[in-house]
Design a protein around this ligand. Structure first.
Ligand SMILES: Cc1cc2nc3c(=O)[nH]c(=O)nc-3n(C[C@H](O)[C@H](O)[C@H](O)COP(=O)(O)OP(=O)(O)OC[C@H]3O[C@@H](n4cnc5c(N)ncnc54)[C@H](O)[C@@H]3O)c2cc1C
Length: 292
């Protein structure tokens, strides 16, 4: 392992300026569950590491009239157990959090780190995309908001420029008669990545007899988490009954772009997308009925 400089700033401004000055050789560290492994196994050889963990203003999750904000240091394990999230329409975030790694990993890993790592099989990205989350990105004298969906460029790659830090995620308010669910298919119950992940957000009329809006996001079946837009269009305006749901699930499977890897073949993954999407639409509809 190569030696590197280590900084522990206490403010966002300090972190941004250290990160910018470090240039190409600088890396940010949040929970460190990815980065520390990358450094240990030589996949990443930074000259300088900027540890965000001591910037207290980044450690928060709070609901507001316009939705929920999640700071860059809010941990996956906090989200898993947050009553506030669990008892709200945003509980898909808690459920997805509970499927990531192991309790030890979840106690360190951050939700924002999961987004910035941009793994195709990331568990938090699909529900965040389904909920329409925006990332607030701060750079040297700059600030911008980007939908999480538009942050992902490819496996491990995002639109973040050199010196930019994601400070928080903003999840918009969920209207009445809407629900969101996440389902992860993996061979083992813990410490395993998704073979297929799916998040579904559905909004219906008050009688749950017509679908007004839908977002379906697939994980682990494309280079980045992807929207299944043809499937969404089949649901919007339709009655949420078995035939429509089956057709949407089939369209999602057809549009997925999985690869063969050690976890599963592309053939198996495609078939499982159909099963998982059908199931997750059902779960999201249950949320609509129980959380008006
Ligand atoms: C044993 C094990 C099991 C795992 N299982 C799963 C799993 O089941 N599902 C899953 O999705 N993931 C899994 N992971 C991956 C990992 O734990 C998650 O991606 C985690 O959420 C990363 O968060 P972190 O805070 O630890 O990120 P870090 O390791 O600190 O950082 C990850 C990357 O994001 C960048 N980054 C972090 N914060 C910011 C920020 N605020 N602004 C800009 N860039 C930033 C870092 O520079 C780095 O490149 C597993 C990891 C391990 C070690």
């Amino acid at each position: 392992m190569k030696d590197f400089e280590y900084f522990r700033p206490k403010t966002i401004d300090e972190a941004v300026s250290l990160y910018r000055e470090g240039g190409k050789g600088a890396r940010l560290l949040a929970g460190g569950t990815e980065l520390v492994n990358e450094i240990r196994f030589g996949k990443s050889q930074p000259d300088l590491v900027v540890d965000l963990k001591h910037i207290r203003e980044l450690d928060f999750m709070h609901p507001g009239p316009e939705g929920v904000s999640i700071g860059a240091l809010y941990r996956v394990g906090d989200a898993e157990h947050s009553r506030l999230l669990l008892e709200s329409r945003y509980n898909a975030i808690s459920h997805a959090a509970g499927t990531l790694g192991s309790p030890q990993v979840r106690n360190k890993a951050t939700i924002v780190g999961n987004v910035c790592r941009a793994s195709p099989s990331a568990d938090l990205i699909p529900p965040l995309m389904a909920l329409g989350a925006m990332a607030r990105i701060v750079g040297d004298g700059t600030e911008r908001s980007v939908p999480v969906e538009d942050m992902l460029v490819g496996p491990g790659r995002t639109v973040l420029n050199m010196g930019e830090i994601v400070t928080e995620l903003e999840i918009p308010d969920m209207p009445d008669y809407s629900g969101c669910s996440y389902y992860k298919l993996s061979p083992r119950k813990s410490l395993d990545l998704a073979v297929v992940g799916a998040a579904v957000m559905i909004r219906t009329d008050p009688r749950v007899s017509r679908c007004i809006d839908a977002r379906i996001v697939l994980g682990a079946v494309a280079p980045t988490s992807m929207r299944a837009k043809r499937a969404e269009a089949m649901l919007i305006g339709a009655k949420p009954r078995e035939l429509t749901i089956d057709a949407a699930a089939q369209a999602a499977a057809e549009d997925s772009k999985p690869l063969d890897d050690v976890r599963a073949s592309a053939w198996y993954r495609k078939r499982m997308v159909e099963v998982v999407v059908r199931r997750t639409i059902g779960l999201a509809l249950e949320q609509v009925k129980t959380r008006r």
